[in-house]
Write a protein that binds this ligand. Sequence first.
Ligand SMILES: [Zn+2]
Length: 443
Amino acid sequence: MSPSAPEPTAPLSATELLQRLIRFNTVNPPGDEREAQEFLAGLLEEAGFEVSLVGRLPERPNLVAELRAPEGSPEGPVLGLLSHMDTVLAAAEDWEHDPWSGDVEGGEIWGRGAIDMKSQTAAEATAAMDLARSGWRPSRGSLKVIVVVDEEVGGAEGAVWLCENEPDLARCDLMLNEGGGAPLVFRGQRHYGVCVGEKGPLRFGLKASGVAAHAATPGLGDNALTRLAPLITRLAEAELPFDVDPAIREMLIGLGLDGDHPERAYARLREEDPALSAAIEPMGRITFSPNIVSAGDKINVIPDRAELRVDCRVPPNLTTAEAKERILAALAPLPDGVEVEWGMEVPGNSSPAQGELFDALQEWLGDNVPGAGIVPTFLPGFTDSRTWREAFPDLVAYGFFPHRNLELREQAGRMHAKNERIDVEDLDFATTCFSDVTRRILG
Ligand SMILES: [Zn+2]
């Protein structure tokens, strides 16, 4: 486990650590996270952590670093600070700074992973290492810094592998991960979202069959593609019902809206702030996005087969069976010769928006951003939290990385996009949060 880069002489700040992490190209596929993981493992070990690098593939190890309470301390929770080291790709020619430069300019750190999510890796690891180097130890339980590989393509080598093959290393009681913390500003009031749940993808295809014929005589054929046309429109225009989930109810009430009547609340929100509404409305109901269509491959032949593939996301409060019922109702009436074929099915999942971790975040915000509200949110997408929730049913996992400056609507536009960058002050703010919350939980 020797670090591949020379040992730094002084501890790195969160900004310096993020710069170093960005300079390792960990675009997934192929990921190739080993060098970055070994570099970080070396730093954590030097700071006093017990570090394991484990995985199925030598080039893609997962990192677990642990700092336990001394022998004989009272029982306590295991707090996990989770992140992933891989990133999506970047087309350097579209960027103002090289995506693997880690340049600091205009008070911002630039590069692929600056938001999603080497920033959180850097903040969590810096907070943990600073605590350990200061001589702090948990007075109960233990602290784990967990950095997995392979999140961006589903986690088979990362979260899924680790939870299945090394459950003792992976096990946590409380966990902070990506997915929340950028402030929502509504009616001039600032609210911090703690991401307590994630929607699950439930993808499906619509397959149409018809009769092929020469395109010059359309009446002799039966065009499979045109059968799909009304369904594309129906899906794009579908308005599925909102559900009253306790977390979403609390969010709407927190924003000053009518949490008991979500239809009314979202209508109001749409009217007052369409951009914010577009970001948070999907949390409360099933959404569709018809994305891929395939049919004929010859311009002069009427296609006898056509397929439409639809991305669909289901909130945590609905079972897969309930969701399918609603989807079929939205598609009805299904034209003759069209069949539904179900694809990837991952149920939505969540943790309770209450308890000691929620309280700790609330107290921290109260101390550090006086007057700001805290509201539970759901992520329209999904993260590795779902894998941990499934493997450890009692675990409470939240997405949280508090920003001081960048708002939710701006952050959303920077993820997986060109010119990804993070505010240096936001990075330091989150680092302080992870340090303070760790001490609140573990003593
Ligand atoms: Zn991510």
